[in-house]
Design a protein around this ligand. Structure first.
Ligand SMILES: N[C@@H](CCC[C@H](N)C(=O)O)C(=O)O
Length: 287
């Protein structure tokens, strides 16, 4: 029987992937009536647990399990790349899923997961079939006259910025820069996220190309602000970098908080591979 969540003693697991941190809840154990509120309270770094977002597992009619994702500001995200790696490890190691290859329903479609497990039955690497990137401007969406958003210009505080855009489950823009460490990520990210050209807002990624197989990426996330990593953002950087002829199809991505690998198949299907770590488990005493 499920417990109805009334705010006390709700068990959670804190996890991180590439510096992107999350709180995970078991939706099979609790009836959670307000995910948005739970996200805001859980993610608060002073009065809560502290995280970039939350995930809840629930039963799915169309896949092995459903992942519900909310950003730290309480908004729903259709998909989360670093999050889905944490989620996959969580459901396997907590015996909610007993397969090494399984499917997860998200608001951005069904994703297939492949786990690499060690001899102690601990998940070491999680590989995710992220699906194909969508470049059509009306689907991302970006309010612009051209069909795709490649190297377009936008002016922020009188300064011209060249950006490209893609939908990888959630909307992303990518700005290629010479050195990510010399960019005002927070100042620009905050303004670009809510610019009227992006009707559903956008995630903002600054990408420095080291060579054709290595990038550094700093991200400002829609609904979460500056994070130390973004999985879908990493896929966006590689997909756009390859489309613009700057990157090969297998790329090591360094975020501010970690690393992952993105591979584009010949049909442009994106595979994302990387680790996820459980930091601690606990119970919220007063939400
Ligand atoms: N951190 C994520 C993306 C989470 C969702 C995003 N902030 C949005 O709502 O667009 C990732 O690793 O992909």
């Amino acid at each position: 029987m499920k417990l109805t969540w009334i705010g006390d003693n709700m068990k959670f697991t804190k996890m991180v992937a590439a510096g992107n941190d999350f709180v995970l809840y078991n939706g099979f154990e609790y009836n959670i009536n307000n995910y948005s509120n739970l996200a805001i309270k859980s993610c608060d770094r002073h009065f809560g647990i502290g995280a970039d977002g939350i995930m809840i597992c629930e039963e799915s009619d169309i896949a092995d399990i459903k992942m519900i994702y909310y950003n730290s500001d309480g908004s729903r995200g259709e998909m989360c790349g670093n999050g889905i790696r944490c989620f996959s490890k969580y459901v396997y190691e907590n015996d909610i899923i007993d397969k090494k290859i399984f499917t997860i329903e998200t608001l951005a479609g069904i994703k297939t997961i492949c786990l690499e497990i060690n001899e102690k039955d601990i998940v070491e690497i999680i590989k995710v079939d992220m699906g194909k990137p969508i470049f059509a401007s009306n689907k991302i969406p970006v309010n612009i006259d051209s069909n795709e958003v490649l190297l377009e210009n936008i002016v922020i505080d009188g300064v011209g910025i060249t950006f490209s855009a893609v939908l990888v489950g959630v909307p992303h823009i990518v700005i290629f820069v010479d050195d990510v460490r010399h960019i005002d990520i927070n100042g620009l990210g905050k303004k670009l996220e809510v610019h009227s050209i992006f009707p559903k807002k956008t995630n903002v990624n600054f990408v420095e190309i080291v060579d054709r197989n290595n990038i550094n990426i700093y991200t400002w996330e829609r609904g979460a602000g500056r994070t130390l990593g973004c999985g879908t953002g990493s896929c966006a950087g590689v997909a756009l970098g390859n489309k613009l002829g700057k990157l090969d199809k297998l790329v090591n991505v360094k975020t501010e908080g970690g690393e992952l690998q993105v591979e584009l198949k010949d049909n442009y299907e994106i595979y994302m591979k990387g680790e996820a770590t459980t930091i601690y488990t606990g119970a919220m005493l007063d939400l």
